[in-house]
Design a protein around this ligand. Sequence first.
Ligand SMILES: NC(=O)c1ccc[n+]([C@@H]2O[C@H](COP(=O)([O-])OP(=O)(O)OC[C@H]3O[C@@H](n4cnc5c(N)ncnc54)[C@H](O)[C@@H]3O)[C@@H](O)[C@H]2O)c1
Length: 454
Amino acid sequence: MGAGKSTLGRRVAARLARPFVDLDAEIERHAAASISTIFATRGEVEFRAIEEKLAREALDHPVPAVISLGGGAMVSKTTARRLREQALTVFVEVDVDEAWKRARRSRRRPLAERESEFRQLFEQRLPLYEDAADARARDANDIVLAAAGVLVEGGAYGRLGDLVPEQVEIVVDERVRGLHPPPLDAPIHAVPPGEMAKSLSICTRLWQALRLERAGTLVAVGGGSTTDVGGFVAAAYLRGISWVAVPTTLVGQVDAAVGGKTGIDLPHGKNLVGAFDWPERTVVDHELLATLSAAERRNGLAEVVKTGLLAGEELWELPEPELVRRCAAFKAAVCLRDPRDEGERAMLNLGHTFAHALEAASKYELAHGEAVALGLTAALLLSGLPDDAARVDELLAPEPARVDLDAAWAALKRDKKSRGGSVQLVLLDAPGKPRTGVELPEKDVRRALADLIA
Ligand SMILES: NC(=O)c1ccc[n+]([C@@H]2O[C@H](COP(=O)([O-])OP(=O)(O)OC[C@H]3O[C@@H](n4cnc5c(N)ncnc54)[C@H](O)[C@@H]3O)[C@@H](O)[C@H]2O)c1
């Protein structure tokens, strides 16, 4: 009571585009009476019976929903069992003083009339909640992250052994292995640092070396390159085994390791082979970022700025642990709404159409973050948002790219996001209001591209 379940539930349902069921409201509708009246006229036992029945109906709903359970629903052993079997259960944490402050104002809560009783109930129910919880949350971001299987916690890497199943093998970026040796007693397969790992020959080597059975789990530890290749190796090995992503770069933590896209490069292009395969869990520990080079941090910052523009919030101003949590939650929600990139997930390409073109024209000499920073300014100018473009310029200070315009233009037209030859752009009506699939006259797009080139 008073944890904010209804408010958070409604917010999370909106973010995940799922129906929302407020069990207390359903009970009142079903009984055509307020909860206080049901308690007063029919007693708590009858109330609990109605609650149990409606909880079952909500859990059996054909479309998965976000359900806000009444504080006492867990007391029913049947409901507790069904939650274990059928739901992801998130414990919304609140301290008892705050809960009492909120609950005593509500007329809907017959069990929140006397403070001593309220506190006693809180103590009694706490072990039930702790036992039932698959995850704990303090706000809507935490709940979205839990739904995506993402754990964001400083120091989590140190207890990786507790967070993964027993039968695991580890794929780790060679450099990361030296800096942050995996704290697990399991077979380790080192892969070359960064993008070099995303090749078919590395996959073949890993497929031949793995000894995992179908029930085993591959744990990929490294930046986006390692989680991309590790995830893809897991997706195809024995026709698919579980995998856990442990991103160690800012790009990985705010972007690459969230959302279930895995893949490798072919000699003629990046990310041309891959699979959608959502990791069983993603373990995000911002403490791993302490060893990151300034250049890698800048690459990450470009994705943070992109996320902030899409979210309409200045996420880049937040302290690093919170910035990571908020960006990961934003991406998780978009990808849970559109896991196979068939619709609105395209918004995550903001600035990337230009960025990919510049990178390809530079033969991948240009840093990804630099290219994204340039791409974002172009997207903002084409969106008619010059002030935001100036802000990105100030935050990321990208230098114009030293590439050939014709080569960049050809790459832009070849981008896998273009359809039937016309380039599809992501623009913003305003920060927080992305528009995907925008087609502009070619001459405007080419001029915007030219403006990014030295
Ligand atoms: N799957 C997706 O949705 C998605 C999204 C964005 C990017 N990506 C992919 O991610 C890749 C880029 O990933 P990235 O930017 O995370 O970098 P990366 O994995 O390529 O690594 C970059 C460098 O950082 C080093 N490194 C990693 N962790 C470190 C640490 N903690 N301390 C010091 N050095 C460390 C690596 O050894 C490497 O040299 C690209 O291949 C891109 O296609 C995938």
